[in-house]
Design a protein around this ligand. Structure first.
Ligand code: C2E
Ligand code: CA
Ligand code: CA
Ligand code: CA
Length: 278
């Protein structure tokens, strides 16, 4: 026991000492409005214009500071809290993005949902109602969908996704290339955007298999008439390589910007515009 206790700090991989929160703590955080959205910019590969942002949830914990989604999303999914969480993230995203639209920044906003979100048939109506109230143009909303082990009713999920698509919402298949049924999902679900996972984007130029999967994914998107987004563009080499492929529509990653609070976005966009023209 003593030996183990002494040995463990040095042996522990980075990040493994992260605190795990109980379902009750997560529920209270959602209830108290402690979840906030960070936003990561997405830029056009052709023009380098900022075309949109992805909303990434953070927990502003009263004692622990900023807590990342991998410390509470799984718990929220497991304990039936994900629907509530997603709706709040969505409302915040629509409201904040609407504010940018009012200031002449025409940005799309992407919100993450997992298949286990897609259980209540009133989800599309919830979004439509919110958009109406906020006068938000739904063609600027993207839902990034990831697979879930917890999906109980695939037919209901498909029904909901189809309804969302009919409302002119963009459906994006997130983390494409990971998971087990990506191709089946592409066949069955009316996705119109494909987001290549960062694992095939970062360092693709000097790794033959990453490169092959990246190129094949972009080609697949093009052939299916889908928009393509590459995530995990981490450095100049990633950016240059992606540019050289000339078939990727949008890029996202630390090379462009890290996720930031809503209040930081307008000035970041100004700086980005100066940097790329001057
Ligand atoms: P994701 O949807 O794949 O989001 C991308 C993650 O990669 C984000 O981590 C982002 O900060 C990080 N990232 C961005 N650029 C780079 C880069 O250049 N290199 C590397 N290595 N990483 C980069 P984050 O914010 O910690 O989110 C992790 C995951 O948590 C997300 O992965 C998503 O699956 C989930 N998540 C985040 N927000 C929500 C939410 O509101 N609802 C749900 N259901 N899941 C969410
Ligand atoms: Ca995502
Ligand atoms: Ca992703
Ligand atoms: Ca991911």
């Amino acid at each position: 026991d003593i030996l183990q206790r002494q040995a463990s700090p040095a042996l522990k991989p980075r990040g493994q000492d992260r605190k795990v929160y109980s379902a009750e703590e997560v529920a209270i955080a959602i209830e108290n409005g402690e979840l906030i959205n960070y936003y990561q910019p997405k830029v056009s590969m052709r023009s380098s214009d900022v075309v949109g942002v992805e909303a990434l949830v953070r927990w502003q914990h009263p004692r622990d500071g900023l807590v990342f989604p991998d410390q509470f999303i799984a718990t929220a999914e497991q304990y039936g809290l994900i629907d509530d969480l997603t709706r709040r993230v969505l409302l915040n995203a629509l409201r904040q993005c609407r504010g940018w639209h009012a200031n002449k920044l025409r940005l799309s906003v992407a919100v993450n949902i997992s298949m286990s979100n897609l259980v209540s048939l009133d989800f599309p109506d919830f979004i439509v109602e919110a958009a109406k109230r906020l006068e938000f143009d739904l063609s600027l909303l993207i839902l990034e969908v990831t697979e879930s082990q917890l999906m109980r009713n695939p037919l209901t999920a498909l029904d909901i996704l189809t309804r969302l698509r009919l409302k002119n919402i963009t459906l994006s298949i997130d983390d494409f290339g990971t998971g087990h049924s990506s191709l089946t999902q592409l066949r069955d679900i009316p996705f119109n955007e494909l987001k290549v996972d960062s694992g095939f984007v970062h360092n693709a130029s000097d790794n033959a298999s990453r490169r092959a999967i990246l190129e094949a994914s972009l080609d697949l998107a093009r052939r299916l008439g889908m928009k393509s987004v590459a995530e995990g563009v981490e450095n100049l080499a990633d950016w240059h390589f992606l540019s050289s492929l000339a078939c990727c529509d949008v890029a996202q990653g630390y090379f462009i910007a890290k996720p930031m609070p809503a209040s930081a976005l307008p000035s970041w966009i100004q700086e980005w515009q100066v940097r790329r023209t001057g």
